[in-house]
Ligand binder design. Structure first.
Ligand SMILES: C[S@@+](CC[C@H](N)C(=O)[O-])C[C@H]1O[C@@H](n2cnc3c(N)ncnc32)[C@H](O)[C@@H]1O
Length: 194
């Protein structure tokens, strides 16, 4: 990663923490992943040589930029979904500042309805970091749009385990998936489609 992007990510990390501190209005909180999770996402994209990435939950684009850095190496594209125009506007500015717009397709829409319109096997890597109560409902679409050998990474499985309990229960019943839980950042669930 070049030094400018590294410094910009540090700036965004600081902004996210300062902005969210004491802010109760969830719609204005950035709720960014930790830098450790950002590093891990970036590493996994490089390791899997993923080209078609879907992120559900852009916020101001902090995690997107971690992924886009590696997608540039793989000559792929990160499609990222955000339904809040307020946050999407912040993300757009951040992608421009980081000079990364070429590698990112930001869509301002509701993720659940959008995923229903996608073709099967569209993505080889999905990062799920959105409203956790929706995940059970979204599972049918998620497994359809993920390619064979593809990977889904879900954030917050330690920090918000009770909210993700039903989802974890559902996915562990899937015969076509290998599942791992990792104590990285807020806790990550890795789902690998066989
Ligand atoms: C935890 S934040 C994402 C943080 C971001 N991944 C990062 O680390 O920088 C979750 C985001 O998902 C968005 N969101 C929630 N439900 C959504 C939905 N149904 N469709 C699209 N975006 C949604 C929220 O507006 C919020 O910005």
């Amino acid at each position: 990663m070049d030094r400018e992007l590294k410094n910009f990510l540090k700036e965004l990390e600081r902004f996210g923490i300062d902005n969210d501190n004491g802010l109760t209005d969830k719609s204005k909180r950035m709720r960014n992943v930790t830098s450790e999770t950002g590093e891990f996402l970036s590493f996994m994209i490089s390791l899997t040589k993923s080209k078609n990435i879907l992120e559900i939950g852009t916020s101001n684009g902090y995690s997107t930029l971690w992924m886009a850095d590696r997608i540039a190496e793989n000559e792929g594209l990160v499609t990222t979904l955000e339904y809040s125009p307020y946050k999407a506007d912040l993300a757009k500015v951040n992608f421009e500042k980081a000079n990364m717009t070429k590698w990112i397709n930001l869509l301002v829409l509701e993720a659940g309805e959008y995923m229903k319109t996608l073709h099967p096997n569209s993505f080889d890597f999905i990062f799920l970091d959105s409203e956790r109560k929706e995940y059970v409902e979204w599972w049918k679409s998620l497994k359809k749009i993920l390619k064979k050998n593809g990977l889904i990474i879900v954030d917050n499985i330690i920090s918000h385990y009770p909210e993700l309990h039903d989802f974890i229960d559902l996915v562990t019943k899937e015969k076509d998936f290998v599942i791992f839980q990792l104590p990285i950042g807020s806790g990550l669930l890795l789902l690998n489609k066989k």
